[in-house]
Design a protein around this ligand. Sequence first.
Ligand code: EPU
Length: 431
Amino acid sequence: MDKFVISGGHKLKGTVSISGAKNAAVAILPAAILSDGICRIENIPAISDITLMCRILRDMGANIKMINKNTIEIDPTKMTFRETPNDLMRGMRASCYLMGALLGKFSKASVCLPGGCDFGTRPIDQHLKGFKALGADYNIHSGVINVKCEDNKLKGTHIYLDVVSVGATVNIMLAAVKSEGLTVIENAAKEPHIVDLANFLNCMGADIFGAGTDVIKIRGVQELKGVTYSIIPDQIEAGTYMAAAVVTRGDVTIENVIPKHLESITAKLEEMGVNVETFDESIRVFCNKPLKKCNVKTMPHPGFPTDMQPQITALLSTVEGTSIVNEAVWDNRFRYIEELRRMGAKISVDGRLAVVEGIETLTGANVSATDLRAGAALIIAGLSAKGKTTIDNINHIERGYENIVEKLTSLGADIKHVSDIFSNEEDVSGI
Ligand code: EPU
């Protein structure tokens, strides 16, 4: 089993460039099957979730061509209806976007219940409520969701989401974009990846208005044309490098970002006493004074993102004073804290609250990535810790971070990708 081995204590310095947004790409790739032509998608992050999504789409009959590691061409014009490959679907949460995309394309979908990071119950009732309102019936048999619109004509409707859900907003947009008439999603998610998906669909000829606000209006169109589109930079990858810079009390410029998407993260770092300089497409973070504790509550966008909660908790574990972290989106996203405790972190958890008592120095230990962002938090902890940290289960981290070893190494970190077949911790990151 591969591992990351980090020797902590090196200040990060320099410049790092952010890749395309995972959570936009995993929505835009399935959206491309709604096109009546070939789509070329650029700035796709080279991560394992994308490889998996491409395998699923290929299995479904789409012609996928890798132009280079960050550009993919999708030709869905020869696709005919088939069930999704169940073994592959279980590997990622975003595979559930096939439900909306297939429903939009064929007026029916048979999709295995999705997998992905495990942080409590991950219901899809709001997705199904949306499909039903559009005129599709569904049943669930042996872990497969079958959704079908009997008269093959999904009809525009009014849908109020009971919870703000990224996944339900994406799925309803995908199903409604070629339906008849007007669909209005109220209490919609406002994340940057929702706006990116709407922009992609609008480039193809869709008529979507209001993405980025909590009311999205979708007027169904008959045709969507093939386009070339470039994915936005990854907000969470950028935030992760900001936290990594700060935990080592370093000085890092993060390029290829949309600073507006980072405002909630920037605000919290500034509250802690970090200097953040914002430019058009880059952001510099550096520390020249002791940091202060701060409280964080996760919320849907534009609130502080839950996908940055483990990383900021790892950072706060090294900041003097008691900080409270309130996870208000997921009911069980603190499993990684046990791993941080192995490194000496003083954190107690009570339901959705973590009480973090900052200590001067974490200590390297053998730890395990319990999910993607948990893995990122352990890297952040390891970068600041005294001694050696070994992280296993790094497949979780590789789902969402392109070239993380190379990027951190270029900033001065001592991090190696080590395979068990090499006994002497040889660097195998290039293999
Ligand atoms: N929820 C429901 N019913 C539903 C859908 C969601 O009650 O039908 C609840 C969930 O239980 C949760 C909340 O609504 O408490 C938010 O869930 P949401 O549907 O927004 O999450 P998601 O679409 O499954 C996406 C991201 C996650 C990110 C969340 C929240 C993708 C592929 N995944 O998940 O990203 O945590 O939104 O922002 O976009 C990650 O990148 O590490 C990651 C886990």
